[in-house]
Design a protein around this ligand. Structure first.
Ligand SMILES: CC(C)(COP(=O)(O)OP(=O)(O)OC[C@H]1O[C@@H](n2cnc3c(N)ncnc32)[C@H](O)[C@@H]1OP(=O)(O)O)[C@@H](O)C(=O)NCCC(=O)NCCS
Length: 274
């Protein structure tokens, strides 16, 4: 219990520039109080003490302004900042390392009892102040929901959704989103803002990184194609050797294509590797 509490305090100190000391966090952060009380309420809920669970949840709401249904599943290192007006429904699931600001609703649109009515937030999701996420769908890992957005459809991993109804403004990355544990302060964008998003130097560096990634993919594709043609690329060392191997291949192609080249190599029994 104290380990979790220490982890929660550390999370808040990392993610809120306004947090100055552990004591301040322990005494002045309603998001922390709500989560501690929710853990107790959730344990009561799982133990089938349903009334007690709801009652604890209502006390927590009275004290913090944050209403978390005791049936909701909340991950580790979740940070509810400010918190007033946050409502998290019964079948909602909040992944590890999520950040939720004041006025957020993780709500339902269906009245079917026992169904999954509330959203699931993947790890590392940031939900801006006043946003409403309504329905039993998933918001992918690392996604950002703009303040006051009304989200009624799934949001892909790493995407940014804004507006009412929410639309994706920054699409998901092609590579799977790596959600870093919140221990690294630099891994977290306070308020979901992309740091240096408009800085031309930062944009140029990101352009170069993207370009390098594309080139790497193309080189990989070329290597695969060359290996299909019979190149022994594991034996290549340096540009001269690569050039020699390419010459050998092109000579092989001129003398009757890859098959001929491959069979002549088999005939040699001891292929001249470069
Ligand atoms: C949505 C958000 C995460 C986007 O941050 P970002 O990645 O830096 O993206 P940008 O600021 O470049 O915005 C991208 C586009 O979305 C628009 N946008 C940003 N936030 C928006 C919002 N809440 N509602 C509607 N549109 C929004 C921008 O105008 C921009 O549009 P454009 O491309 O047509 O100019 C951020 O604006 C946000 O709302 N964070 C939550 C902050 C919060 O709740 N703070 C509470 C502190 S107490």
């Amino acid at each position: 219990m104290f380990k979790r509490l220490r982890e929660d305090i550390a999370t808040i100190r990392e993610r809120d520039p306004a947090a100055r000391s552990a004591w301040e966090v322990l005494t002045c952060y309603p998001g922390l109080h709500a989560l501690v009380l929710h853990r107790f309420a959730h344990a009561c809920w799982l133990a089938k003490r349903r009334w007690l669970a709801r009652y604890v949840s209502q006390i927590a709401r009275f004290l913090t302004g944050i209403e978390i249904h005791p049936g909701a599943t909340i991950g580790r290192r979740v940070f509810i900042d400010h918190g007033m007006g946050v409502v998290i429904g019964e079948t909602a699931e909040v992944g590890d390392d999520c950040t939720i600001y004041q006025g957020v609703t993780l709500g339902g649109t269906s009245l079917t009892r026992g169904a999954k009515r509330h959203p699931t937030l993947g790890p590392g999701v940031i939900v801006g102040a006043g946003a409403k996420v309504l329905g039993g769908f998933t918001v992918g890992a690392g996604a950002k929901i703009g303040s006051n957005a009304v989200v009624v459809k799934p949001v892909p991993e790493g995407a940014t959704a804004v507006g009412n109804p929410a639309r994706v403004v920054a699409p998901a990355k092609t590579a799977p989103v790596q959600v870093k544990p919140a221990s690294a302060r630099e891994g977290f964008c306070a308020y979901g803002i992309t740091p240096n998003a408009d800085d031309p130097v930062s944009l140029a560096i990101h352009g170069l990184i993207d370009h390098a990634a594309t080139q790497t993919q193309r080189v990989d594709a070329i290597v695969v194609a060359l290996e299909r043609l019979g190149a022994r690329l594991e034996a290549l060392h340096g540009a001269d050797a690569a050039l020699a191997e390419l010459r050998r291949l092109s000579e092989g192609l001129e003398c009757g294509g890859p098959q001929a080249e491959a069979s002549s190599r088999e005939d040699e029994k001891a292929p001249a590797r470069v």
